[in-house]
Design a protein around this ligand. Structure first.
Ligand code: ADP
Length: 304
């Protein structure tokens, strides 16, 4: 049985149709991602799922419970870390964990959570003295206080430095290993690609594709990007004429093109350059990424 079932969810704010008929399912034990640019409707969707917002229409089932009819029952089973954690400045991590734990029937002890989320050293410091990464770890520890079977993380790594981001990814992977199901929203395609078992790509309040990262990338035209520099300038028509070449750009000695037969194109490029006595100074080959898929589906980039 799926952990989450969402059917034709709709939510508008005044004239803004934030969510326009979203449907998806999350399977038990997977990390499911909602990937899309800012304003796509990810947070609104997540907030409807956890009972923070009332949708205009649609059905939501969480852990087999009708979430619109029994939001309180759902709240006992889930945990959520929202984008901005707001706690009193002078509360300590330990106090906050004890306070949040008191809302649940079977809370995890603060000590255990402090250890798990590497917050022991900071356990008695005031919230306003914690770093961004520490605040985020505390937010996730708080979401974990009822040992939830299903955990919702809204843009958990936005604004974090690479080190804190890596640590958080490890935490999320650990949750999955322990059998928790995770819903994460993100606008970082690398994050979605590395972390998520399955994804829904969201744009303008609608899901435009669903699948594993590999399936999504495979479903795209699968164009590889070839770029590099040559020892002297080359006529741009040379690149445009290579096997499968598209979107060829050339600027003095730098070139770039995309191709579905990149290996063949590179082979031919080397031969043609040799004939002209031009050397290749740099060559890069990059596989299609989720970013390319997003551009193909929407015509726009994921990030501005
Ligand atoms: P995302 O999480 O993908 O960035 P959101 O769900 O936050 O997207 O926003 C979707 C759309 O709804 C955006 O156009 C946003 O400006 C609008 N929106 C979000 N929250 C509110 C709100 N409380 N009041 C009015 N408009 C909102």
């Amino acid at each position: 049985m799926p952990k989450v079932v969402v059917r034709d969810l709709k939510k508008r704010y005044g004239n803004t149709e934030a969510v326009r008929g979203v449907s998806f399912e999350i399977r038990e034990g997977e990390i499911f991602g909602l990937l899309g640019p800012n304003g796509a409707g990810k947070t609104t969707t997540l907030e409807c799922l956890i009972g923070l917002r009332e949708p205009d229409s649609g059905q939501i089932e969480v852990c087999g419970i009708d979430a619109l009819k029994n939001p309180r029952e759902v709240k006992q089973r889930i945990g959520a870390a929202l984008q901005t954690i707001s706690l009193q400045d002078k509360i300590t991590a330990r106090e906050a964990l004890a306070l949040f734990g008191s809302f649940y029937r079977l809370p995890i002890a603060p000590e255990k959570l402090l250890e798990r989320f590497s917050l022991q050293e900071k356990s008695d410091q005031h919230f306003d003295t914690l770093s961004g990464g520490q605040k985020q770890r505390l937010a996730i520890a708080l979401a974990f206080v009822n040992n939830p079977e299903l955990i919702f993380l809204d843009e958990p790594t936005t604004g974090l430095d690479p080190q804190s981001r890596r640590e958080l990814h490890q935490e999320i992977a650990k949750m999955k290993r322990e059998g928790h199901t995770v819903l994460i929203t993100t606008h970082y395609m690398e994050e979605a690609e590395q972390l998520c078992d399955r994804l829904a790509v969201v744009d303008h309040g609608q899901i435009i594709a669903t699948g594993t990262p590999r399936e999504l990338i495979g479903r795209s035209a699968g164009l590889q990007t070839v770029s590099g520099t040559t020892s002297s300038p080359v006529d741009p028509s040379l690149f445009a004429g290579l096997p499968g070449a598209q979107d060829a750009h050339c600027d003095d000695t730098a070139f770039r093109f995309r191709s579905a037969s990149a290996n063949e194109a590179v082979g031919q490029l080397l031969r043609l350059l040799r004939e002209k006595n031009i050397e290749l100074a740099e060559l890069h080959l990059r596989k299609a990424s989720l970013e390319d898929v997003f551009i193909e589906l929407t015509g726009s980039r994921l990030r501005d």
